[in-house]
Design a binder for this molecule. Structure first.
Ligand code: FES
Length: 199
């Protein structure tokens, strides 16, 4: 079996595993009793940062957690995926994330604080549908130049593994990135903001 096919098969397997570890990986989602709180306290609780242990996420897999009422995707990318990001930049609408929304510390080629871990708000920037994680290489429906990414079934928008939107699709900008930081090598804190953070 060629290296390409092996990698493609592995990625297909990991699509099946997507989401399985989501709940187990969350260290401290503070949601109980939210219903009994006053509205501004409730809003604070929902916006409160959450911690996620990323050490259990397999390379190539993606998990979904909830923060601020939003689905947050956490994807562990392999080296091959990171290398592929340069290959299709001419096909992207905003390859340098000039017009897209992300924290300052993720405005780089990989759109992430750490290259292997990507964090996105899992909503299409067109009308808010949930795109599907499509990590396969060159599947028939997405074409030869597809190196993995996200496909929105509502109106066909496509995003690469850095959440960057392709040209000529309805979504106007790249997938949004929530504020986050690493507390240590394994622990991600989503919702953390520096005083000066603009997002
Ligand atoms: S909502 Fe995703 S393409 Fe329209």
């Amino acid at each position: 079996m060629s290296r390409h096919l092996k990698q493609s098969s592995r990625r297909r397997f990991l699509v099946g595993a997507t989401g399985v570890m989501g709940a187990a990986g969350v260290v401290g989602v503070a949601t109980p009793f939210v219903c009994s709180l006053a509205p501004n306290e409730k809003a604070k609780q929902v916006r409160a940062p959450i911690k996620v242990d990323v050490s259990k996420i397999e390379v190539g897999a993606m998990v979904t957690v909830a923060w601020n009422g939003l689905p947050i995707w956490i994807l562990k990318r392999d080296k091959q995926s990171l290398l592929s990001l340069k290959k299709h930049e001419a096909l992207l609408a905003d390859p340098d994330s000039i017009d897209s929304i992300q924290p300052k510390n993720t405005k780089n080629t990989f759109r992430s604080v750490r290259s292997d871990i990507a964090v996105y708000i899992g909503l299409c920037t067109h009308l808010g549908c949930t795109p599907k994680y499509r990590p396969e290489l060159s599947p028939i429906d997405l074409g030869e130049n597809w190196h993995g990414g996200f496909f929105c079934p509502c109106h066909g928008s496509k995003f690469d593994l850095a959440g960057r939107v392709y040209k000529n699709v309805p979504a106007p900008t790249n997938l949004e990135i929530p504020p986050y930081r690493f507390i240590d090598n394994d622990l991600l804190e989503i919702g953390y903001r520096e005083e000066s953070e603009g997002v």
